[in-house]
Ligand binder design. Sequence first.
Ligand SMILES: [Zn+2]
Length: 346
Amino acid sequence: MVTGNVRALSALYRIQRSGLLINTGRCVTKLKRRFCEKAGNPESGGITNFHAIRQMMANLTPLPAVTSLSSRVTRVLGCNPGPFTLQGTNCYLVGTGASRILIDAGEQDNADFISNLNKTLQTEGITIQEIVITHWHRDHTGGIEGICQQACMAQKIPVSKFKQIKASDPMLGHGLEYSYVSDGHVFSAEGATLQAVYTPGHADDHMSLWMKEENSLFTGDTVLGEGTCVFEDLSDYMSSLDKIRNLSPTRLYPAHGPTVENPEEHIGMYISHRLKREGQIVECLQTADKQGLNVQHIVHQVYPGLSEHLNKGAINNVTHHLSKLIKEGRVCKVEDKYMPVATASL
Ligand SMILES: [Zn+2]
């Protein structure tokens, strides 16, 4: 694994030098950790070596450091590329006036990102009126203090998010505090009305933002521009995907990857990807004997021929699906065995 990491990291350096990822930032240690996580997840395609990670990163759509995406939205790339953050975290300046809303704050101490953000503010002659955070993960919150100190002249601007349920948010430095908002809260700037939409699943405090003027949606990490995303609660995640689809947005602004111009098809792909895996698990349980199957048995059937080093990731994925099926009353667990509810009641 160590060899794999070193090779993967050198691959990333080469990709950075190739210019595919513009303004890559300083994230080598984090990349190393992310690579380990990604390597252990069979849903990621089991990225295990230099060639695979190079191919994955090379297949990403190149994104410029700063892009005007519409008359109301400018994307500033967080300069933190990696297997999980793709081209980096997309931070969005939203509005048409002199004072804009910033959605997400990128990672901590990323000088390239702060420099690009500052240049954009100066060139456009605009300031940040407030920061809205889609969820607590560090690639979205790490840059808050740096932005307030270096891009907002140390002003204490509001920083809003949903409150985490299972844990507390870490304290912010420099006297900053989170303002916790509820589902439906409206953030307004000149030319932009953003309504908070609670979309848990990827994280229990996850917020998407509906922009009324464009009928578009900022999806955070619930829907990405390319690839699929990880989740902590599959049942909540699937409900959030349904919620997003029912809004019928005309465009998605994800926190990673390019904008999505075909939301219905794109979200449909996310839903069918998960339902396909779930169908395989249900079928496997239905054809098993009455004693049921443990997770490892299910993994063997659903992921035939899986390499041993991907087993842990597969167990994790199958366990998420089983938890969802239990929550829905379709599967039950007796000791370490899972079985369809109809079988259990016989
Ligand atoms: Zn993220």
